[in-house]
Structure formats: structure tokens, C-alpha cells
Design a protein around this ligand. Sequence first.
Ligand code: XMP
Length: 579
Amino acid sequence: MLDAGGQYCHLIARRVRELGVYAEVMPSETPADKLQDRRGIIISGGPASVYEPGSPTVDPEIFSLGVPVLGICYGLQLMAHLIPGGKVTKGIKGEYGLANLKVTEHDKLFDNFQAVSEVWMSHRDRVGEVPEDFVVTATTETCPIAAMANDWRKLYGIQFHPEVVHTQGGKIILGNFLFSIAGCEQDWEPTRHLEELEDEIRCTARGRNVFFFASGGVDSTVAFSLCLKALGKERVHAAYVDTGLMREGETEFVREVFTKMAGDSFEVVDAKNEFLSKLSGVVEPEAKRKIIGEEFVITQQRVLESGRFLDGKWILGQGTIYPDTIESGGTAKAEVIKTHHNRVAGIQTLIEEGRLIEPLAQFYKDEVRQVGRAIGLPDDLLDRHPFPGPGLAIRCLSTAKAEESRKVDSGYVLPVLSVGVQGDSRTYRSTLALEQYTEEAFATATELINQLTDVNRVVALVRGVAPLSDFKSHVSAIDETRLARLRDCDSIVRKLSYDSGFEERIWQFPVVLLPCGVEGKPDSVVLRPIDSVDGMTAKAVPMPAALLEEMTTLLMKVPGIAAVFFDLTNKPPATIEWE
Ligand code: XMP
């Protein structure tokens, strides 16, 4: 997978792996000689235009290697741009959403594919002329060259996205490319490689022991137990840092699971005071993330220096998984949207010194779960929703000044900024609050955001102690009172969504504290249940009315809570977390 900068790159690689073929993401500019032994090359989509200076490109030699190439979206345009005779037309009006694709030339890529089907399009530029010796193989009403091919040279390009679920038969296209064109075998299955994985751990450790900071999350727990299996109890150690930023009951849960697995090779490190005092008064989310990341490293240093882990015998183990790298700009072209806490400076130094082991770095989340099951970890641990390392700190929003809400046609703009993602870039904007929660409002959220330049999210008021016109932000940061407030709300939500079975229907359910309320009740709580396959994109999910009602009633009783809001926004344009 050559990464031309799209969030979709990992999704394509995942789909390829789901089809049983190993795929790796590499920078788009990877020189052709490094790719000549590959079975096939896929060039991903991306937000740029091939005509923009500095936009991602590929080594044109890859088209002469004899290795089959599939260009998707921007990848197709790169092929048309770089292979003689082709031309890309600058788009004036984009084509976003579903389109009817007509296959005009049934080549190998379109084997067993319907003559007319619905495909997902997301592009502005388009191919105006195909390169020499290429034929047009499919069209849509607005895109005359929706696919092109040179069967003889095994070069294929498609404008639509076969990796998204909305494209009918997307998997057929990818399968045709992988199996009948590139001759791949269906031989990738993560659990088939457990022994190799253990060998790799032993090899990377090179006689050294592995130290983990356990978070209780799926990834670090699976990574830890793999190391435990590969190296034995004497050679691994896990410390759980109690940052004071975790949810109700979290520390107890982690203690129980790890003590059962590792006995004395597990310890809890109390760093509550340190984290809280460093975060005091901090508002900006990236600053919070940096502080938390660095405090993790300082704590780690302290634990190491406490004696046992200081010598060169120990290296650091982490549960980093494959997509963790993309939203931090880890692959070549993705813009930094958020700093991942695994990737702050201190950890970077350890990587440079080679004192790091990340046994799951090549796996996607569902593959990690498969590995976890194969090594006997319990389902209630593996099926837990993801929870971010920086914990409740990022969901506890803050503001530096007190401001009034602003009336607009559709509702009120709340004076609190939070992070979103649009067109592959980070945004930091306000939230639009609708005065009433209805299921119909979900459909209009993105449109409302497009109408307002300073907004990246839409919430709806479920219940409040006063009309929205009375709501103000207050000067606020992370402190014990607000954290306890958020922890109480989160605990209510988690219990009810677990008991009602709603939890199983969604991917994640962040609960957020907004510094927006009225005199005496300064904060509000936001419910953010979402559905997703991998966290890269997400859909806001409505809740059963009775459950929402019950939850709201309990949440409104939490001291200091002025309102319950429901987040209606998908990712993009928002992110899953609020911060
Ligand atoms: P966003 O908010 O970027 O979240 O849409 C995508 C997914 O990533 C999780 N997340 C994190 N996980 N450390 C983690 O281990 C982090 O710093 C972090 N930040 C976000 C988030 O919960 C969601 O599942």
C-alpha cells in the first residue's frame, strides 16, 4: 500500500488483510527497487491534487517493474499524470457520495462484477485522458473515466473507493486484483503466526527483559501477555500508573486481571498527585496530551530509577497497533491531527536507542483481538471498548475565559472549543447546540456544520435546568472536583449501557464534561455513543428513547451538572473523542 496521504490508506490495507493477503503501508515515494519483489502495489487515495506543488507522488518506475499496480482515487490520477499520454483535469465541482458505475469493458478487474452498480466517490479532480495503450473500463454520469486499465501491463486505476462498505462489490474488485491479477495466495491470518511473533519478541529482546506500562486496554494487555508467553514471568514486568485520570473501578479491574496473569510481576504505581498538579490550569488539548505523555515518561523514569529496571537489561514494551501511527503523522503524508501519547519525545528517544518493543505494531485492532483470543485472554477484556491512554483528562474540557452562548438560526453556538477533523486536517472550533433532541436531527448535523464556519460539532439538548440562552462557559481546567463529576457521569452511563445491552451495539461511548452551564451548576455532560470499524471514521448513534430518558434523569442528579447533551456529529467532521 503506497500511502498518498488519505485516511483511507489503512482501511484499504485492512480490507486486503481481511481477504487473507498480507499488506504493508509504505510512503508513496518508496523507490521502485524496494518494491520489485512485491506481488502487487496499491496506491491509495489522498486529499491533494496532482498539480499542487509538493503533493505526494510515486516513483514512475513502479509502472515498469512488471508488478501489478492498482491506483485508487488519487492513485488513479497519479497514474494518469505520470504515465505518458494521460491527463488529469482540474475539478471545479466535486463528486462526493454514491454514483452509478457502468462497466464498459469487462477486464480482469471487473470479473464477476455487475454491469451497473453503486460505488462511493469522493474526488474533485478527475482523469481527462487515459495514458497511451490504456482503455476506459467504467464510467459514471459525472465522471466519464471512472476506471481505466492496461491489462497487458497489469496496470489498473479506479476513481471510486472499493474499500468502503457503501461500494457494492468493493471486495470483488480488491479480490480480483489480489488473486487473479497479482496471483496472491490467501495465506495471511494473524493467529497463524503466533510462534513467529514469539520468536520475534525473543529476537528483539536479545536477552533483555521487557517492562510494560499496562493501561488495562486491549492492546497493551495482549502485547504484555504475548511477551509473558515468549519470555516467561521472570523476564517481564508490568507497572500500572494510577494517573488519577481513569474511570471508576478501572484500577481495581486492571489489578485483578494482571495479578492473575503475572502475579508479582505486576505493580500499581500511584502518580495521581503528580499528574493532577502538572495539569493544573492547562486548557489547550495538545498541551494536555504533551504533559500527560511526558509525565508518563517521567514516571517511567522514576520507576526505572527506583532500582530494579535501571540497567541495560530492560527495554520498554508497548501495545502500539498499526493505525496508531497514521493520525500522528507516523506515515509519510498524514497531517498531525492529534499527538498520540505513545509518540511524544521521551518515547521517541527510547525508539532511537532501540530500547522498545511493540509486538503488535503490524496489527489492526480486530487482528489484535484474534491474537488475544488465541492466547486465551477472556472475552470481557478483549471486547471492552477502547479507552484513550490520557484518560478522562482529554474528555474534561476547559476554557480560559467565561463567555456567553451565541444565538444563530439553528440554535446556540457554545463558547467551548474542541478538536475535529476535516479534509484530513485538524480543526479546533466551537459546538452548535440545538434546543431539542430528535432522531431526525442526526441527518442534518453535517449540513449545519457546513453552514457555520466556526463550528465542527453539533449537539442537541436532551434536558437542561435552563434555556440555552442562559448557558455560559466558565474559566476552568482539570481539577479533582470536575474529574470526580465526570467520573460519576461516566459511571452512570457505563452501567446503564452495559445493563441494557446498548454497549454491545456500539463501538465506543465517550462521556464528556463541558465547562458550560449556569450559576451553581457550571458544567454539562455530553453523550457520544458512536459506531465505527476502526476509529478512523465514525457514525453518531441514536439511543433507545427509554434508555436515554433513564440515563438523563440520573445524570441530572449529579451535583454541578446543568444539562445533558447528545452529540450528533460523525467523524469527520468531528473526532470520536472531545478534547
Ligand atoms: P479520535 O478522537 O481521534 O479517536 O477520533 C479515535 C480513537 O482513538 C482513541 N484515542 C486514543 N487512544 N491513546 C489511545 O490509546 C490516545 O492518546 C488516544 N486518543 C484517541 C479514541 O478513544 C478513539 O477510539
